[in-house]
Write a protein that binds this ligand. Structure first.
Ligand SMILES: [Zn+2]
Length: 350
């Protein structure tokens, strides 16, 4: 069994606030004299039902964490630590997702809020050796015109160099908002060369995925796991080369599946889908990137060759520059060429 922390991979589904270390959140809260809900700081991962009340509980905790981020220094710290943690897990490419709206009041607007994230992403890329791109995400809970404003801001910073914007997303409760109304924002992003990376197919099933595909023309779907419920839809997604950012631990925490073994990872991979495993919100789910690969290994029986394929898939689904992709893919080959540790039942070349 090879060491998963040495397997080069790309991390394409990680939210800015949700990436925070628990200790960092506790320190920020203490510094601002904010009392956090006890469930946010305890050792247990969140576990809620996949209904509106469950989402509300998740959102309430998320908002409480977000309320502790109140300065440029806080924002820089979150990016820096997310990149350092990714580096420790063998990620060579991180595409971190942020909605600058929430932090704008503390730093003078959405433009400086985004620029702080981009600047720190650039600095952290150089420091940690992880290429970091940024996804600007609009929220389904807000007016679609705000999404357009964010898309225009994202477009001004588009590029594949570290610290540039690579994609445009749409997050929050899938059951809220009219997907179609966000189409114009995504058109602005697409014209600027940004990847379309909306959430979809997590809390809602195939009909909603179809809606997202039709109106937002995704290059990647945030989650998309529920596509597995409709083989024809899944085939279409595979044919269109829409990648799926699958976050198994998140799915269990938010009650989408009963346990990690129920996440249809095999179904998606067997159908030929391009899957990129992601952590989503490790602050709440208490599982970072390697934990997702460990789930594939332990719960779904992926051997090292298949885990390497998952890593390749994540790298190919990323918006990293060709140089970075080539380097990471070569690293995956090297990982697989290393002898596996004896006694684990897998041959060196298996
Ligand atoms: Zn997400």
């Amino acid at each position: 069994m090879r060491d998963l922390s040495r397997l080069p991979k790309a991390h394409l589904h990680l939210h800015f606030t949700g990436s925070m270390r628990l200790r960092t959140l506790a320190e920020l809260a203490r510094g601002y004299g904010i009392r956090l809900p006890a469930t946010l700081l305890d050792a247990d991962p969140l576990h809620v039902p996949a209904d509106e009340r469950g989402w509300f509980r998740f959102q309430r905790l998320y908002d409480a964490a977000r309320a502790c981020v109140r300065s440029e220094a806080d924002m820089r710290r979150i990016v820096a630590e997310a990149v350092a943690d990714d580096a420790a897990e063998g990620s060579g490419r991180l595409e971190i997702q942020v909605d600058p709206t929430s932090y704008a009041p503390f730093v003078g607007g959405i433009t400086p809020a985004l620029e702080i994230v981009l600047d720190e992403a650039r600095a952290a890329s150089a420091r940690e050796g992880v290429s970091v791109g940024v996804v600007v995400a609009a929220s389904r809970m807000r007016h679609p015109l705000e999404a357009r404003t964010l898309a225009r801001l994202a477009a001004r910073h588009a590029g594949d160099a570290p610290g540039q914007v690579v994609g445009f997303g749409l997050s929050n409760d899938e059951r809220r908002g009219e997907t179609e109304e966000f189409g114009p924002a995504f058109a602005i992003a697409r014209r600027a060369g940004l990847a379309s990376v909306p959430h979809g197919g997590e809390l809602l099933g195939p009909a909603h995925v179809q809606d997202v595909v039709a109106h937002l023309r995704p290059d990647r779907l945030g989650h998309g796991v529920r596509s597995a419920e409709d083989p024809r839809l899944l085939d279409a997604i595979v044919a269109d080369e829409v990648a799926l950012e699958v976050c198994p631990a998140s799915n269990v925490s938010l009650g989408v599946y009963r346990d990690a073994a129920q996440v249809p990872l095999r179904t998606l991979v067997d159908a030929g889908a391009r899957v990129a495993l992601g952590a989503d919100d490790p602050l709440l789910f208490h599982a970072r990137l390697i934990a997702q690969y460990a789930i594939a290994r332990d719960e779904h029986g992926f051997d090292d060759r298949e885990l390497a394929d998952l890593a390749r898939s994540s790298i190919r689904a990323s918006r990293a520059s060709d140089d970075v992709r080539r380097r990471l893919l070569a690293g995956v080959d090297s990982w697989l060429a290393e002898p596996a540790r004896a006694g684990d039942g897998s041959a060196p070349d298996a």
